[in-house]
Design a binder for this molecule. Sequence first.
Ligand code: SF4
Ligand code: SF4
Length: 433
Amino acid sequence: MTAFDAIRPPEEETIADCVHCGFCLPTCPTYNLWGEEMDSPRGRIVLMRQGLEEGSELSPQLVTHIDRCLGCMACVTACPSGVRYDELIEDTRAQIERNYERPPHEKLIKRAIFATFPHPARLRPMVPLLALAKALGFTRAARIRSGGLVERIPGLRNLLQLAPEPELSATVARIPGRTAARGPRRGRVAFLQGCVQRVFFHQVNAATVAVLAAEGFDVDAPAEPRCCGALQLHAGEDEPARERAKETIAAFDSYDHVVVNAAGCGSAMKDYGHLLRDDPEWADRAREFCARVRDATELLAEHEPVAPRAPVPMRVVYHDACHLAHAQGVREQPRGLLGSIPGVEIVEPPEWEICCGSAGIYNLVQPDAASELGARKARNLLGTGAEAVVAANPGCAIQIAAHSERLGRRLPVLHPMELLNRSIEGARDGHNG
Ligand code: SF4
Ligand code: SF4
């Protein structure tokens, strides 16, 4: 008997790759916060190794330190030995969710999250409610701790301060199933609409499709799959994640490239090969699928730009979403694309590698640590003096907007595709005019 069951436990050979050098420690947000060895990548890998030993148990101590990990993968970027911590944490989390009895309130929170977030049809009715909360000043009151009704209802402040602020039009807005390339056609791609992104960040999806079409791609954006399973995968809910992965692979079987614009979704989709590695029917298909997934900035960086760009005079700070920079190694492509827009000045923040604390559902289940990291990130971004932040993940956008508002100046957060679309649209308007 060990702490782990026989279903895909963290792999011993991967654990053995860690030589305990400690190079990952300075970039680990939780080690930064608490200075505890067991809250570092190295310490967590030791806990995983101990969990594989005969007679070990899934102790509350092990669960606590694994729960506190943001899954930001800054340690993967920093590790000179190439330790696949991303695979280790994914497998360990699934073991915990399957075999550890969580207290009822924790179960309830997670159940509520997974019954809502991965379901666009359940998120849509929330749009008018969130718009009303914003119009009545509740979301701002929650962020600046102004007291009043928001403080008196337990839990309401926590919920409202991280609430997205979608446009009311998101209640009815839809991306067309098919959008034709503008000008000479350079290919046909599939686009994943996502769940949270589709509803709360409809304008980002619309901009992405418009940019792809302007750059010569026919874009198919089917309504299904409704969700790629990223939130579940990163939280250890591996059975639903495996189901979502199979649906996603099947939906996009016939495309050379599957384009995604949310960092968390892209990293999950590129991870399907690991997730489905022991499924005889799906393992090869999943590996082959991963090779076809592209972040929108990656795909565009692989092709010479053809759409004319108009100037967008703006000083922006680029925020590296962890699941894009660390989990997918995509750092240069978004900077290159932003650099192709005349008038855009890109500034770099201190501590680019440290997570903003959003991390999937982390800011909902570990609010204190997430809040400290959110404030630290917002201070670093505000300190650059930039007028807006550019970030390619919905969770980061919500977290940064909320924490900068709390510090006194709400930073607008744009997706790289929104800025690029603004420039391309500007050139078209200028030409037409
Ligand atoms: S994970 Fe990598 S960087 Fe961190 S201690 Fe192990 S070998 Fe060193
Ligand atoms: S994933 Fe992030 S929080 Fe977790 S151990 Fe690695 S650096 Fe630390």
